[in-house]
Design a protein around this ligand. Sequence first.
Ligand code: FES
Length: 277
Amino acid sequence: MRSAERIGAIAFLASAASAIALVVVYFQYPNTQLEGALLGAALMAFGVAFVVIAHGLLPVGPSVERRELFGDDAEAAGDVEESFERIDVLSRRRLLLASAGSAIVALAVVAIVPLRSLGPRPGNALARTPWRSGLRLVNAGGEPVHTTDVALGGLVTVFPEGAVEAADGQAVLMRVEPGLLRLSRGRESWAPEGLIVYSKVCTHAGCPVGLYEATRHELLCPCHQSAFDVLQGAVPTSGPAARALPQLPISVAADGTLVALGDFSDPIGPSYWDMPR
Ligand code: FES
């Protein structure tokens, strides 16, 4: 067996071994650096095998072979027959094909296995927050918020009861003159006594919208100066935000605490939701 064939086969087998080791490491001893090194070794050995085979086995340049008359020369016929029966030619080819095949299969497995890391499908988890019908609005200390806790022109940050830590649940509660509100159809009862709640997560890039310009009834985002009209469903009036802040429907309980009537009107956060899919 020629050395090029031997080196090519060894390189293919080394590629397969590295790929198998990568799969074992992935499942048994997760280590990103080691996995990267093994992947590099597998691909490099695969490439080396092809380079060696290309340089060592494939014919170079134009070659001319004189063709002798075949005729009925019994000796020549015997040579031809013998050449077809040379098992070392077939075994070399088989060895190269087998080693190359094992490397290809192992690399294919390496390409598929990481799909396991994608985890479960998110479903509509990104479109929902902890807010549910009947949950009370609480302050950062977990205390229920009463109607008297927010003055006309004031702002209070509120959270869903039992989920104060949830970043997607934070909201801003304001009190405005009820007669000034111009909410869209279906939202007429969502702001009792002029108490109105919007998501605090900016629809541009997710900054907290915590500044309230009471005289202009505008919520302001400090990151890129988007402004939202509180009286009109928090539609953006200036700045880069392209989508209204989602509104939280609320009602007033018998004891004066504020209660959610459901989740926000729309998914919260950056305008990813409006991108064509
Ligand atoms: S994050 Fe609010 S304007 Fe950019």
